[in-house]
Design a protein around this ligand. Structure first.
Ligand code: AHR
Length: 305
């Protein structure tokens, strides 16, 4: 069932190096910085690669244009961390017509699986489910929850919402508001400011943020409103980057589900295997953990990102 894309036509100009165009989403979060670093390390010259890096600043049209430019440059392979799920059919077809294999990393797309060679990423729905199961256990009295959503149309925003919502079904947790903070700290802060104005700090018991950065922005807004994050208003986030884990240790965040950003080595191995004509798995899921305060205290000293 696994269709392996044909090896690329070469001509990337990197000598013996494999030329790879990498279309990154942007630099929206601490998670993203760690992911970019992991990719840069794995796709190093030492490992036989010449990496052509593009950061699209979370603009889906700019990201598609970057992929098109990689095709025109004749790179050997293309790696994409797709900002949104939809809209990929045409450009993926163009890459396939040019016999340039595409590997997806981190997020996935809604286009046909036949249009890309492989995807290495995370089970975002399970992440949402793990967060929701913890909330369902903790909140047994009527609870007003607000949600800070990730980038609209992105796989993690869609799937983390679905997984969480399913897990809290039938519980006394009520979602009273939900809005995108675009996975950024500033976005999380300003959306939370709006929620606090609208509902009052007393009217909000729980924040579910689709990533640490938005949760960290929400902490600033809650403190500015004179309430205590982690106590007056509980916070659940996803990612488990250092800043988030520190806030969990400090008691300002209550629970974090991990999203592993260290996908570079797996992506690089997939690129080499596909270019060698080897059969590769269509999907590789990297496992995530979850952290309460004690687990965060134990893990923080070894957290490198
Ligand atoms: O796609 C993974 C998500 O993107 C991370 O949770 C978030 O921090 C990043 O911006």
């Amino acid at each position: 069932s696994d269709d392996v894309a044909a090896p690329g036509g070469g001509g990337g100009g990197g000598g013996d190096l494999i030329t790879v165009g990498f279309a990154q989403t942007g630099a929206e979060s601490g998670w993203r910085s760690a992911n970019t670093e992991s990719m840069n390390e794995a796709f190093s010259e030492e490992n036989g690669f010449e990496l052509v890096f593009n950061s699209a600043d979370n603009d889906p049209a700019a990201q598609i244009a970057a992929v098109r430019s990689f095709i025109n440059q004749g790179v050997d392979a293309i790696v994409i961390a797709p900002i949104v799920e939809d809209g990929w059919d045409d450009v993926l077809q163009e890459a396939q017509d040019a016999e340039i294999p595409v590997i997806l990393e981190d997020r996935t797309v809604s286009a046909s699986e036949d249009l890309y060679a492989s995807w290495v990423g995370l089970d975002f729905e399970l992440e949402g489910q793990m967060a929701g199961e913890w909330a369902a256990e903790q909140f047994t009295e009527p609870t007003n929850m607000v949600v800070l959503e990730g980038t609209t149309g992105s796989a993690p925003a869609n799937d983390r919402a679905a997984g969480f919502d399913a897990a809290i079904e039938g519980t006394p947790i009520e979602k009273i508001d939900s809005q995108s903070g675009d996975f950024t700290r500033d976005g999380g802060k300003s959306v939370m400011e709006g929620f606090l104005q609208k509902h009052g700090a007393d009217g909000i018991d729980l924040v579910y943020a689709h990533n640490d950065d938005m949760g960290l922005g929400a902490i600033e807004a809650i403190e500015a409103a004179g309430a205590v994050p982690g106590e007056d208003i509980k916070i659940i986030t996803i990612d488990a980057v250092r800043d988030g884990m520190q806030a969990l240790v400090d008691g300002k965040i209550n629970y974090i589900v991990e999203c592993n950003p260290l996908l570079g080595d797996a992506a690089a191995e997939l690129v080499k295997a596909v270019l060698n004509g080897e059969e590769v798995a269509k999907t590789t899921i990297v496992e995530d953990q979850a952290f309460d305060q004690a687990a965060a205290e134990a893990a923080l000293p070894d957290r490198t990102y």
